[in-house]
Design a protein around this ligand. Structure first.
Ligand code: PGA
Length: 248
């Protein structure tokens, strides 16, 4: 059985000191759980400013980390952006691409996200590519159409043999406390898995994200094709993050 993936998305939270404090506490707790990493992968996405702090404590351990966003070029005159090459130099193994907040607030489009995924693959950084429908799209019965089109356009002409993670996060469930029902998650994950294999992707894991908490994680993890979670609010405290990680 493949490992379950637990990814913390800290968004615009935590100073470098708070980030270090979190990692120290997390490592102390993990240490007490025998074979913790044999069934799990742990990932942390700090804000770019706290990436070095996380790297200093996680590099060389089994805790993976990386930026919440990168630019589609490695370097150059792109004021304010994050470089994937710099993230790599800080030993990042992973990067988020196309989170719904990037898509909605910063107007990121699929073709640009596609370039980011390709660049990450080039640098051997594992992309965690986010997709998901808004409430209006779900109510209009367009959930699958939207998700498939985000996959089709965001993952064009990339290496389908290289490992990839797709995070399905219904936008209406993010930070709202409204978790998708088991039936909704089961339906979308089954269809996404079918779609990705029909498109020739051979090494993809599917995460669910959107108001995952310690008290719903166990049930959600039992759903077929749910390989783990992308967790926002409940990942900010080591104890609630760890409760989700041990719900397996
Ligand atoms: P949430 O955020 O767990 O706070 O809903 C998830 C995410 O945005 O990745």
């Amino acid at each position: 059985m493949s490992k379950k993936i637990f990814a913390a998305n800290w968004k615009l939270n935590k100073t470098p000191e708070e980030a270090r404090d979190f990692v120290i506490k997390l490592k102390n707790e993990i240490f007490k759980i025998p074979d913790f990493f044999s069934g799990r992968e742990i990932m942390i996405f700090p804000s770019a400013i706290s990436l070095e702090a996380v790297s200093s404590l996680c590099a060389g351990t089994d805790i993976q980390f990386g930026p919440q966003n990168i630019y589609s070029e490695k370097s150059g005159a792109f004021t304010g952006e994050n470089s994937a090459e710099v993230a790599k130099a800080l030993k990042s193994q992973i990067a988020l691409v196309g989170h719904s907040e990037r898509r909605e607030i910063f107007k990121e489009q699929d073709d640009h996200l596609n370039k980011k995924v390709a660049l990450l693959q080039n640098l051997q950084i594992l992309p965690v590519f986010c997709i998901g429908e808004t409430l209006a799209q779900r109510e209009a019965g367009k959930t699958l159409e939207i998700c498939f089109s985000q996959l089709q356009n965001g993952l064009k002409e990339i290496n389908k043999d290289q490992r990839l993670i797709v995070a399905y996060e219904p936008v209406w469930a993010i930070g709202t406390g409204k978790v998708a029902t088991k039936e909704q998650v089961a339906e979308v994950h089954a269809k996404l898995s079918e779609y990705l294999s029909s498109q020739g992707f051979r090494n993809v894991q599917l995460l669910y994200g959107g108001s995952v908490k310690p008290d719903n994680a166990g049930e959600l993890l039992k759903i077929p094709h749910v390989d783990g979670f992308l967790i926002g609010g409940a990942s900010l405290q080591p104890d609630s993050f760890l409760k989700i990680c041990t719900a397996v």
